[in-house]
Design a protein around this ligand. Sequence first.
Ligand SMILES: [Fe+2]
Ligand SMILES: [Fe+2]
Length: 422
Amino acid sequence: MSSFIKPVVASIGVASLGLVALGGLFIEQSSAPEEAQATVAPEPIEIAAAPSAAPSEILPEVEPSRPNLGFRPLTDPFGPWPLDGRKTELTFVQLSDTHVGHDKDHETFERAINVINRMNPRPAFVVISGDLTDHFSPPQIKLFKKLLAKLKVPVNIVPGNHDGMFSPTQKRRSWWSREFPEVKTPYRADHGPVTIIGVDSQLWNARNRSRDVAQVASQQWAQMEALISQARADGQRVMVLNHIPAVPTFYPARLAQSWTTPRMHAYLDMLDRHGVEAELSGHVHRDEAYVHNKTFFLTAPPISQKYTRNASLRHFRVTDQGLMYRQIYLYRHGEHLSYEFDLHGVDEANFAAWIDTMSQRELARLWSYRYAGDSMTERWFPKLDFAMFRSYLKEPFEHQPIGKVSQRFKRRRAPRGRRRGL
Ligand SMILES: [Fe+2]
Ligand SMILES: [Fe+2]
């Protein structure tokens, strides 16, 4: 069982005031820490049905000679963490793409909040990786804030492209700063041994290449690196929270904005140089995990059911030796399953080795975990291309640079239907 570490919020050094950090924004805490300890077991929620087949038939047992990344289905997503001899430093939850204002996504967001509030032990903090609202209209912002106030743990947020930032002009940036004046990216938020560095990835991904945006973007870059460097010097374990992952999509179209190849490689090098443990992102509404050298690039699926993806939250366990997480689905529909992914000891080399040894059956299962139910994926890939998928898993950073479609995929044509950005 993981131990509960009392959250330490030091982003602006006023945690002792009993306030909750919201990416630098402080809101009143609705319950005392003592109450937080007295949580009951999670209320029963509808979890995607367990498979009828035994787990070993879903993911064949990993042979001893093969790298074991600990990817396994979960029938009890709220059960104790494995007794692996590792010390749990803290747990936290990532939500992404809440898109409040779209359809009934606010209800799913509230459901996720209720689940988190009832987790025992309660997570040390929550991060939300952008697209908080669907259109950043006043009613949507108001509803988002109202729901967020129900969360009984500290939360760090960053804006997504849907948060008024499709084109992050000065005017639009002012919309964000008016609504969330204390969430000034980039920021640093400390939670025990973990530091979250929140950034506005839209500045680096927007189609708007005006001098103003370029200037603010380069300022953010320099400040981000300084914050990371200082946190590492302070002995912290650093995770960067942004919206758009620095991993090229394998879709044969540029969905919304994407990192330029030079900037992406500069970013990868910078994170590697400073020993950043993970990048936490969203945006693509899919479930992905990659590793570059020793830095994980973890893209969480959405709370929103836009594009028909099943809603889920990601529960992290930070141990004295690394990371693992559970993807926990919130509704009983579709074919998704909650699963656990153990990243202890994983690096780029053994991750690639693991992909090499996967059978088509295993690949199909992994594909299902990541993409099933997602209308965008089903539109582009009604049939799984195993060679493409294996290649992408092994070398995700080599595909789909902005401005040109990679050779491997450029002959694919868009299926009929309306193209929509995420
Ligand atoms: Fe989104
Ligand atoms: Fe997005």
